[in-house]
Design a protein around this ligand. Sequence first.
Ligand code: SF4
Length: 51
Amino acid sequence: MSCNDIKCAVSNCKHWEQQHCTASGIEVNVDGGGQSAQNQEKTNCSTFETE
Ligand code: SF4
């Protein structure tokens, strides 16, 4: 099963295919830790893996 609804622009991730994420699930964290992001740019996908 994949998360076809997750659009992603990180084309060098091994889970990426044609603008979407093919992982069964992803983990998103706040840059620098904690549970509150100041803005969109302070969030990141921890499931990212290089090809
Ligand atoms: S794991 Fe994260 S970075 Fe990789 S394709 Fe999925 S959403 Fe994008």
